[in-house]
Design a protein around this ligand. Structure first.
Ligand code: TYD
Length: 222
């Protein structure tokens, strides 16, 4: 195995504020991976595991966790469970994992109420992604997009709060980049097809060394 590559599969994370299009783009990326013949799987956080289930109830206001620290620990616990039970086994088998949100979400959303250094600490054992793509959209674009949805979650109510979350994303991205993590910020206001094409280009760089036998077409549309 190539010693530069810690696991045979790639962990690719798609991030952004609510309404940035991370779910649409994760889905399009997965379909492209499958078309070009790269073994791949979609996942998201909060995860579909037991702790993720509680977090979804909390986000939907059906249960209430006691305070921001419990919430942050919940997301971190869900992440470790998600990594051990799903993400790491897939990567070890050479499967590329596309994750709709990961620890960068915690460093942005939970940083509204919790200390950033502490958030980093409780996420210390989370596997580093091979690539994180941050879909940058102005807060008003995000608000306009999710306002059209039927149900609202906890962070989808307050424009000012979302603006602060966007600011925390900038800070956290700066920190991760300083540590050498590959976090790419792209313009998420363009058409889904254009955003997808740029994500494909970025993904190819991490995929090519892992799947030398697959002829990876950069044509996002096909
Ligand atoms: P989202 O991807 O928007 O879910 P949906 O499929 O319902 O659109 O994620 C749910 C919310 O969870 C989102 O507002 C961000 C929040 N979140 C955190 O606050 N911290 C985290 O660590 C994660 C992963 C998500």
């Amino acid at each position: 195995m190539n010693p530069e590559i810690p696991h045979p599969g790639a962990l690719i994370v798609i991030e952004g504020i609510d309404g940035s299009g991370s779910t649409t783009q994760s889905d399009m990326l997965l379909q492209w991976l499958q078309r070009v013949g790269i073994p791949s799987v979609f996942t998201c956080e909060p995860s579909k595991g037991p702790i993720g289930g509680v977090l979804r109830l909390h986000l939907g206001r059906q249960v209430e966790l006691g305070g921001p620290e419990a919430e942050a620990l919940g997301f971190a616990a869900d992440r470790m469970d998600h990594i051990v039970s799903e993400i790491a086994p897939a990567l070890a088998r050479g499967i590329t994992v596309v994750a709709d949100r990961y620890y960068l979400s915690s460093l942005a959303y939970q940083a509204l109420s919790c200390d950033l250094a502490w958030l980093r600490e409780i996420n210390r054992f989370a596997l580093r992604p091979d690539l994180t793509v941050f879909l940058s959209v102005p807060v008003d674009v995000g608000v306009a997009r999710f306002s059209q949805r039927a149900t609202r979650e906890r962070f989808e109510e307050d424009r000012d709060e979302l603006a602060r979350i966007a600011g925390m994303y900038d800070t956290a991205i700066g920190l991760l980049r300083e540590e050498g993590e590959d976090v790419q910020v792209i313009d998420g206001t363009r058409s889904p097809g254009d955003v997808h094409a740029e994500i494909v280009q970025l993904a190819v760089a991490v995929l090519q060394p892992r799947y030398p036998g697959v002829s990876i077409s950069v044509d996002a549309h096909e």
